[in-house]
Design a binder for this molecule. Structure first.
Ligand SMILES: Cc1cc2nc3c(=O)[nH]c(=O)nc-3n(C[C@H](O)[C@H](O)[C@H](O)COP(=O)(O)O)c2cc1C
Length: 325
């Protein structure tokens, strides 16, 4: 399939694996890129320029195909060495960066000068337009369904994607709730040039996470996510578990007086315990409503091949059949 996104990134299929904390290691990115999609290493999981350089080198050993690095700008006191991470990405020869979390204006000139394409993840039309105006190459439009941070507007993709299509001039991919060929065709129908998936890629053979995480996603239904940190205007969609229910109880008790410190036990530093050790009640971890559509653990190649075959069948048989009738 050829779209503005496959052309821009030099990939075979318009499918991107979004950056994911403690999931987006070289193994994940390389598996998606080798299957014809765009794999993305999560920069902040590595944390330092030295470790990120090593991860980029490891990914290059595993794939000759294009891959990207995610750079998430977090509201944090101890900011990571962003200038160092930017330099590492450029010196590592990575040509695609996914930015997220905040306006990437400060880092954009460095990437532009180095010929790096920037796709910025946005949860609203106004942020997408801003990304376009400052010179990003594309956006990933993340609807309310998404795992991770859906923003505070709560607009699902059925509305958000056509709204983005109406306003944007640059290419964009649909993100949040995407799982299969139906998602891809729907995204294309609503004006997107491809799709970005997070949760779906965790339940794959190559995802370098504990088997308990994959099993939890397969077992979950679309009813099993919760929104946490809403009172802090840092909303995150996570899989429910004992720690999350405790967190929500604290949020309710503290009301408008809630501070980050009140819930630090449930959210800070929990990712290695969940993703690496498989301690599924250790804290809050991002997961999309799309878990309800995930019932298997294929290889990335099988997943992407199935998506493309299903999309092709929908377009050439189901949709063309309606037209013929
Ligand atoms: C476990 C997990 C961790 C994530 N970590 C990040 C991150 O560090 N930075 C980021 O920009 N997005 C992160 N995301 C969001 C994904 O890149 C993607 O936008 C989102 O998962 C799309 O929604 P979906 O899960 O419904 O496919 C994360 C998502 C998950 C599920």
């Amino acid at each position: 399939m050829k779209t503005a996104i496959t052309e821009m990134f030099g990939i075979e299929h318009p499918i991107i694996q979004g950056g994911m904390h403690y999931v987006g290691f070289a193994e994940m990115a390389a598996a998606v890129s080798n299957a014809g999609g765009l794999g993305i290493i999560t920069g902040l999981t590595q944390g330092t320029p030295e470790k990120l350089a090593n991860e980029i080198a490891r990914c290059k050993d595993m794939t000759d195909k294009p891959f990207g690095v995610n750079l998430t700008f977090l509201p944090t006191v101890n900011a990571p060495d962003y200038p160092g991470l930017v330099r590492t990405i450029i010196e590592g020869g990575v040509k695609i960066v996914e930015t997220a979390g905040n306006n990437p204006a400060q880092v954009l000139p460095f990437f532009k000068d180095a010929g790096v394409k920037v796709i910025h993840k946005c949860t609203s039309v106004r942020h997408s337009l801003k990304a376009q105006s400052i010179g990003c190459d594309a956006v990933s439009v993340d609807g309310f369904e998404c795992g991770g941070h859906p923003g505070e507007d709560d607009i699902p993709n059925m509305i958000l994607l056509p709204r983005a299509a109406d306003e944007l001039e640059m290419p964009f991919v649909a993100s949040g709730g995407m799982a299969d060929g139906r998602s891809l065709v729907a995204a294309l129908a609503m004006g997107a040039d491809g799709m970005n998936m997070g949760t779906r890629f965790i339940a794959t053979k190559e995802a370098p996470v504990h088997e308990n995480v994959k099993a939890a996603i397969v077992a979950a239904s679309e009813l099993d996510t919760r929104l946490v940190m809403r009172p802090l205007r840092n909303t995150e969609r996570v899989m429910t578990n004992d720690a999350v229910e405790e967190l929500l109880k604290i949020e309710q008790e503290k009301g408008a007086h809630l501070k980050f410190e009140d819930i630090i036990e449930q959210v800070a530093g929990v990712y290695p315990r969940i993703m690496t050790e498989g301690d599924m009640d250790a804290g809050a971890w991002s997961c999309g409503m799309v878990a309800g559509l995930i019932n298997d653990i294929p290889t990335c190649q099988e997943l992407i091949d199935n998506i493309m075959a299903e999309a092709d069948a929908i377009i050439t048989q189901r949709l063309a059949g309606f037209q013929a009738a």
